[in-house]
Design a protein. Structure first.
Length: 219
C-alpha cells in the first residue's frame, strides 16, 4: 500500500468521528452507522477511560466497527494501540504525546495513515519530522470527553502553527460543536474531530449532516 497523499488526507479529515464504548449510551455499532450515514469521512476507535473494554472484547468491537467503515470506504483508525492496529491491518493509527513514539508508530504501521496529537509548535514540528501524516490539534474549546485533556488552545493556535510553517493536514479537536466548527476551519484546519457532539446525540446522523454543511461552507 502506498503512503497517503496530502490531498487524500485533507479530504478524509473533514468530519472525523472519534468514539469508544464509554462515549455512548447505546451500541457503538449503531451510532457509528448513523454517523457514517450523516457523512463522517473517517472514524477513530478510541477505547479509553473507566469501563473501557479490554483484550478480546475490545478486539471484537474493533473488528465490527472496522467492517462498517470498510463497507462504505472510510478510513478506520485505531487510537494508541499499535498492537491492535497491526493485528487488524487498520487504515491507520493515532498517537498522543504520551503514547507510542511517533517514529516507532510509523515503523509499526508502515504506509498506514499516522496521526499525532500536538499542543505546541515544537511538538508539531517534531511529529512532522518523525513521520506524522496529519496533526490532531487542541483542545480547541473546553471538553469533558477526555480526562487528561490539555489546557484550551483555541482556533488561534492553528493559525500560529500555519504561520510557523506547519503545512501538513490539521484536524482540530476538543469541545467542537455545530456553533463553533466554522471558526476552527477558518483558522486553517482541514477538518474537525468530534466525540461527544455526535456520540451523545439522539440523532447523530442529522447532527453529522449539519457539521458537514458547516465544513463545506468554509472549504
Amino acid at each position: 500500500m502506498a503512503r497517503w497523499n496530502e490531498e487524500e488526507i485533507r479530504r478524509v479529515l473533514s468530519l472525523y468521528f472519534i468514539a469508544g464504548s464509554v462515549n455512548v449510551t447505546r451500541p457503538l455499532d449503531n451510532v457509528l452507522h448513523e454517523v457514517i450515514n450523516g457523512g463522517a469521512t473517517i472514524f477513530q476507535f478510541r477505547e479509553k477511560g473507566e469501563g473501557a473494554l479490554k483484550t478480546d472484547q475490545k478486539e471484537q468491537l474493533a473488528r465490527r466497527l472496522q467492517k462498517l467503515c470498510r463497507g462504505v470506504g472510510i478510513p478506520f483508525i485505531v487510537n494508541d494501540d499499535v498492537e491492535l492496529a497491526v493485528k487488524l491491518n487498520a487504515d491507520g493509527l493515532h498517537v498522543g504525546q504520551d503514547d507510542a513514539a511517533t517514529e516507532q508508530a510509523r515503523q509499526a504501521i508502515g504506509d498506514g495513515l499516522l496521526g499525532v496529537s500536538a499542543h505546541t509548535v515544537n511538538e508539531a514540528k517534531e511529529a512532522v519530522q518523525a513521520g506524522a501524516d496529519y496533526l490532531g490539534v487542541g483542545p480547541m474549546y473546553p471538553t469533558t470527553s477526555k480526562d487528561d485533556a490539555e489546557s484550551v488552545r483555541g482556533p488561534e493556535f492553528i493559525r500560529t502553527l500555519r504561520e510557523a510553517g506547519i503545512l501538513v493536514p490539521i484536524v482540530g479537536i476538543g469541545g467542537i460543536n455545530i456553533s463553533n466548527a466554522n471558526d476552527v476551519i477558518k483558522a486553517g484546519a482541514d477538518g474537525v474531530s468530534v466525540i461527544s457532539a455526535l456520540a451523545a446525540e439522539d440523532e447523530p446522523q442529522s447532527v453529522a449532516e449539519q457539521f458537514l454543511k458547516q465544513i463545506k461552507a468554509q472549504s
